[in-house]
Design a protein around this ligand. Sequence first.
Ligand code: MSP
Length: 517
Amino acid sequence: MTNRPSYYITTAIDYVNGRPHLGHAYEKVLTDVLARYQRRQGADVFFLTGVDEHGMKVQQSAAKQGRQPQEFCDEMAGHFRALYDRLNISYDDFVRTTQPRHKEVVQKILQQLFDAGEIYSADYEGYYSTRLEQFLTEKDRVDGKFPESFGEVVFLQEKNYFFKLSQYQGWLLEFYQNHPDFIYPSFRTKEVLGALQEPIPDLCISRPAARLSWGIPLPFDSEQVTYVWFDALVNYLSVLGYERGQAGGRWPAVHVIGKDILVPPHAIYWPAMLKAIGVAQPRQLVVHGWWTQNKEKMSKSVGNVVDPLELIDLYGVDAFRYFVMREMALGYDADFSEEQFKLRYQSELGNTLGNLVNRSVSMIHRYRGGVVPSPMEPGTEAGEGFRRDVLESIRVYRENMDKLQLHVGIMELWKGLMRVNQFVDETAPFKMAKDEARRAELDHVLHELAAALELFAQELQVLLPGTALKMCEQLGGGLQSSISQELHWPESVAGRHLGQAQVLFPRLEETPSPKPA
Ligand code: MSP
C-alpha cells in the first residue's frame, strides 16, 4: 500500500490502419509530460497508452495487403510502440484491443448491460455510406442526392443492437452543469451542452459479423460484433481489471484526447456507459487541438502528415518534444512549419540552453579544474537578485504546469534560462579570471552558475528527459525523482567534480544533416 495520491492518466488509443504521425506523437508527448510532472510531485502515477485495432478499416487495409488482420495489427502496433519508446514516453502499460484481457472486459460490460435491459436489438434499415461506415439520414442529402464524400451509398436492412443512450440525456445535462471543470479547456463544455440541446438517439453498438468480422463478438449473440466506440472506450477500464460495477483500484482516470473525439464519444457515450455500469466518472478530460498544415487537419486521409521519425532523426528526440510542447497552446490548433522548428531549435535549445550549459561547464573546467567552487557568504547584492529571479521563474513554471498552461510554463522556464545567460554577460567571468584579486568573486559566479543549472536540470527532466540526464552528468550530480515542495537554492553543488562538457544541441548544418545523440 502506498499513501501517495494515485494519478491514472491515459491517451487516446490510435487506429492502426496507418503509421503514426505528428498528431499521434504530440498527444503521447503531452501525456508523458503530465505523467512525469505528477511523478515528480510525488503522485503514484499509472500511465496507459495503446492502439485501437478492430474495425472495417483495419480489416480492409489487411485484406489489401493479402494479410490476416491480426498479423497486420501486430506489425502496425509495433510501429506505434517503437515510436513511443523512441520518444521516451514513460507509459506503464500498452493496451491493444485485440488482447484477451481487453476482450473479456468488453464482453463482461456488454453482458452486464444486456442483463440490465440497457441493450436491445432492433431491425434497422436505411442508406449506408460504405466509405464512412455509417448510416445516413435524409438530412445528409444535398439537393436530393448524397454527396460524393460518402462514397458508395447502399440501402441496408439489418439487425443491430442499441445501447439506451437517449435515457441519459437529462443526467448528462445536469452532470455538465454541475461540473464546469470536467473538461479542460472549459470552453469546450459549451460544445457538449450544445450537442445535448438536440435529442440524442440510442447508440448502435454492433454490426453483423457477416459484414464486419474483425471485432469482438457480442456474448449474447455470436452473429454480431461490437462496433468501434463500445470496444475502444472500454480500454481505459480493461487494463485495470473489472467486475460488475467495480473498476480496478486506480480508477478514475484523466483522459487526454484530441478535440475530434470529444463530442460525442468521450463527452457523451463514455460518461453514459460508466453511469450505466455503475462506475464513477473520469477525473477529467484534457482536450488538445489539431496539428494542421496550411490550416488543414493533419491526417492520413488528407495525405498531409508529418512523420515524427524524420524530425527525430534530424533534430533529436528532445528537440521534437520541446517543439511540440512549446509551439502548441494546449487546447488550440497549431500549424506545423519546419522553419519554425529550426528557429526554436537554434535559438531556444541551441543558444539559450545548450550554449549556456556548455560555456558554464567549460569555464569551471578551465578556471577551477572541473571542481565547483564555494559561493561567497549570502548577502552580496547581485547574487541575491539573481537567485530570486531564477527561483521565481521555476515557481511560475510550476504554477502554470499545475494549471495545464504548459506552453506558458515552458516560456517561464526559458525566461529563467535567459536570466542565467544575462548573469554570465553581466558578471563576465572570463574577465574576472584574468584578475587574481577577483578570485572569490569568480568562485561565486561559477558556483551560482552550477547551482542554477542544477535547478533547471531537475525541472527539465519532465520535458527533456534525455537532456536533463546529460546536464546532470556534466554537473556531476544525479536526477532527483521527486521534488520537495519548498523551492530553494541548491546547497550541495560546491565541491562537485563535473563531467566533460558535451554539446547538447549540435549546430544545424545544411548538408550533411546533423546526427544528434
Ligand atoms: N481510435 C480512436 C480513439 C479511441 S480512444 C478510446 C482514434 N484514433 S486516431 O488514431 O484517429 O486518433 C488518435 C488520437 O490522435 C486522437 O486523440 C486524435 O485527436 C489525435 N490526432 C489525430 N490527428 C491529429 C492531429 N492532426 N493533431 C493532433 N492530434 C490529432 O480517434
